[in-house]
Design a binder for this molecule. Structure first.
Ligand code: P6P
Length: 337
């Protein structure tokens, strides 16, 4: 049995041996991991912990906040504000940015997160997760929301923690993707997979089929061809999954391949899509690309999109490279030159 490598040892070796991450970034990632452990503990209480149900408030997207959304947000804020590694934070659950209070030292990093993605699954005991993204604070005297508006290609770290049958932290600092499973007996995350690779082809797609009548032509064409199976133009049968928790769907794709689509649809024609660019699509797109997959908004790499607003939404097609390229080609063919 190979000696188990803890997240701490992995990060120290990435810092010391390979010089891949500065010490302040290592500290940041360890603090985020500890916060995820605490969130996992609250999630696992379920009905025993009086953490289920609605908080009776709405987030900036007008979505009803669950009690655990608020708890997870507070855990991440409280864990990260005092360490001196961050200048500010941004969250799906907060309208504006959260600057580290003056009573604490400020660092050079910006942390963005969806504290508990997939909230609609909380009360029915289906996997949910925390998604996070790390940027460098630009030089400048005053800190402002504008400092967060950087393309996903500027991220220095990204990851998520999925709270499912296992609690697993998935992380990239730009040199591949590693997975760490929480050993509850030791209370620490243990390296369980390195150099994660997504198969370039797949026979499994993930999309909310109930929205089919609202999709545009390229997405409709792609899904209909998959549904036609081996007798259709794809010449093979496809399986479908939709957990309605991006973290869980992306974790499956990182683990066995697949393609995930949340495209623009006619229900909100003025919105680019449902998912949020800065703290959902960007971190997931980087993880998927680092594992050899693709991630576009149907037209261009998600990581190349220049954000205009902190809570900006985006269409998402990500996963097995050849499938993402096919969907993106269908959009190119449908878009007038
Ligand atoms: P729908 C969860 O609310 C989320 O933001 C993602 O995690 C998930 O992929 C998507 O929305 C599910 O959306 O419309 O299928 O409920």
């Amino acid at each position: 049995m190979a000696k188990s490598i803890s997240l701490t040892r992995y990060l120290v070796e990435q810092q010391r041996v390979d010089g891949l991450i500065p010490s302040q970034l290592r500290l940041l990632l360890e603090v985020v991991a500890r916060a995820c452990k605490s969130i996992s503990h609250s999630v696992n209480k379920g009905a025993l912990g009086e953490v289920l149900g609605s908080a009776g408030s709405e987030n900036v997207q007008g979505e009803i906040q669950k009690k655990l959304d608020i708890i997870a947000n507070e855990v991440l804020i409280e864990a990260n504000e005092w360490g001196g590694h961050l200048a500010a934070m941004a969250s799906e659950e907060m309208d504006g940015i959260y600057q580290v209070p003056n009573r604490y030292p400020r660092g050079e990093y910006l942390l963005l997160f969806d504290p508990l993605d997939g909230s609609s699954n909380i009360d029915v005991n289906v996997s949910i997760g925390t998604i996070f993204s790390v940027l460098l604070k630009p030089e400048g005297p005053q800190l402002a929301e504008q400092d967060f508006l950087q393309a996903g290609s500027q991220q220095v770290a990204a990851g998520y923690c999925v709270y499912g049958p296992q609690t697993t932290l998935v992380l990239t600092v730009g040199h591949g993707v590693a997975m760490f499973t929480l050993d509850r007996e030791q209370g620490s995350f243990v390296l369980t997979q390195e150099d994660v690779r997504i198969p370039e082809d797949t026979q499994e797609f993930a999309i909310n089929m109930s929205n089919m009548r609202h999709w545009d032509a390229p997405t409709t064409r792609y899904i209909q061809e998959c549904l036609q199976g081996r007798d259709g133009p794809r010449g093979k049968d496809f399986n479908m999954r939709w957990i309605a928790s991006m973290v869980a769907d992306v974790h499956r794709i990182l683990t066995r391949g697949g393609v995930f689509l949340y495209p623009w649809d006619k229900r909100e024609p003025n919105q680019a899509g449902k998912l949020r660019l800065m703290y959902e699509a960007n971190p997931m797109a980087w993880l998927v690309e680092q594992a050899g997959g693709g991630a576009t908004n149907g037209h261009r790499r998600i990581l190349d999109i220049a954000p205009a607003q902190l809570h900006q939404r985006v269409s998402v097609v990500l996963g097995s490279k050849n499938e993402v390229e096919r969907v993106t080609q269908y959009y190119a063919q449908a878009t007038p030159a």
